[in-house]
Design a protein. Sequence first.
Lengths: 422, 327
Amino acid sequence: MLKIDRGISQGIIVFALLLLASGIFFACEQKPQQMEETTTQQATPAPEMQEPMAPAEEPQAQAPQDEPIKIGAIFAITGRAAWLGEPEARTAEMIIEKVNGQGGINGRVIELIVKDTQGAEDRAVNAVRDLFREDVVAIIGPSRSGTSMAVADMCEEQQMPLISCAALAQITEGRKWVFKTPQKDSDVVIRIYEYMRDHGMTRVALITGTTGFGAGGREKLKEMAPEYGLEVVADETYGPGDTDMTPHLTRIRGTNPQAIVNWSIIPGQSIVMKNMKELGMSDIQIFQSHGFGNYGYLKAAGDAAEGVLFPAGRALVVDDLPADHPQKEVLSKLKQDYETRYDEPLSTFAGHAYDALWLVLDAIENVGADRAAIRDYIENRKGFVGTGGVFNFSPEDHTGLDKDSLEMLTVRNGKFAIPGGE
Amino acid sequence: MGLKNLTGLVLLSLAVIVLPYALPDFYFKLIQIGIYALICIGLSLLLGYAGQISLGHAAFYALGAYTSAILTVRYGWSPWLAVWVGIGLTIILALAIGIPSLRLQGHYLAMATLAFGEIAFVVATAWVALTGGPSGFGHIPKWNVFGYRLVPPRADQAIFYFVWAAVILGLLVALNLINSRVGRALRAIHDGEQAADVLGIPTATYKIKIFVLSAAYASVAGSIYAHVSGYVNPGPFSVEHSILFITMVIVGGMRTVWGGVAGACLMGLLPELLADLEHWRFAIYGLILLIIMMFIPQGILLGVRDLIAWSLEKLPFRKADSPGETE
């Protein structure tokens, strides 16, 4: 019996062994910096942080005062998009601990219910269903555009405020209950194209990753080029598994562009820069998208990244910001807290979660723990100083950021920096 | 179809009806698993009865989902009509792949479907004008059953019933097929292709037919998925998922179509149940797979049955352990 299946079953045994081995390896690797369990809740404020007033003990008129306010958070904490979701979850947990340590919001403790989507659509959908049952007042996340799109309609249907940490413009389009904190793709394109126009560039080559992030950028780049007098002379794409972009770049070189825009959020973007260096294409200016704003990618590109230009949020260059910059205070505080706690450099993605969570906390503080009130408050929120920029929401704009939220950055001596300085 | 299977179907139906009331905070996790179970029923027909592997079932799943999505969103069709177009397209493509590769002996179908799965994923990702590319597209109309719209999460219970009704229907069709002349012919092919040939069974034709049928199951599952979730993107249709489906069938047991359902439930729920174990999840997952494959290669369903039988009769093997008995 089972003679035909022997080959398959042996294959599965090998696969299972590999999974087991990598699983153990992964678990061991993660252990030293183990994260908080799924629910971060501090029932009582930490004694050392307790304020003399002890607001939690104050008797209040409203009835459910002692019950915690629940906020949901869904991030890709493990899986392929873990480099996005992990800093996001860490930031959110850190904020909640701090807030609860100081007596919570309006005297009520905040309970953050964190769910891991593993970056998968079906898991994100089930996580949201779980959170609906937990009766949370708002949800922050998901980390990826695909998972955000998968849950957006459900939140809309359930009238649940959702503040996504993903970039795709479609996430908020035509939706009443969905907001997002990352900068708009179109604003990033504007910053890149304005720079090109101001520096007399007319021929631009595109090379983009084939994920949602890359495709969204590619569309906007092609659509907006004519407005800035630019001609798109090449349009190449690469997949998440590609490890050598030399053929793409050789084709691009043949079209004689003045600038290359490498728009991607996958590791391949670092390979593009390395390949360009190998091919000796240093006469062509390379631009990256805000998806480059991650120290892992910077490290992967090595010295090939020197001189690259990319618009991104200011979380990467906190120390370079002038003292009177409106975001200086928020950013340097987050940077200090995050880096001392987790011993890793602050990324812009951590900032997206910071903004999302504080928008909700700020709304709760002002209008109470009511979903509709939170939504209305965020929609009309103006001048909210976050890590991504100064947010000005309106019924038409659920992103709240404009092109000024982005800073054109470069890489100098292996560090993100503002060009021209020093 | 046999008393055993009839009892099984009745018990499953009862379990489905009761579950949302018994486990109101849990049952919705079985919505997506039901969709996977439907694919696995088709796949277990192919694996267990025709002895062929398809590494491209996620592509047929995608074909159903995208056909449904495109026809309903761009052309305003009803989901009920779009499903049939999805099935039609799937049959055509499955024939195109199956006819050349199933006429040959050996695992040519696995290779052909692997390539097809990869191509389908690339098309879904790169043909932005048609499929919306990696960002996919949303606002897909929901199922409308007798004027009642199945909108998640409000109608989760109805969606759960809807999906599992499809699973039970799928089981019914598969069980009827197995216990017909076709089923007997397929079992003969599985046990010995040359012997079946000599007996006058047109083996190639049967294998092609069963492959087309199993692809159609995946297509229906895709349509159901598209109109339940309201959003499609290439993510859930990668070759990785094709392998997941095969793993589900093998873990559940490929010698009975019930195994597909059991495997989908087990493999679908494992990551959910292990979610609290954070970083040890993958290790435990691998260990469970390993144990199942090494010690109960007949799959979890028959494995449990054999275990019970063994403990009852104190006999390591039962004489009646033939496929005919299990259906």
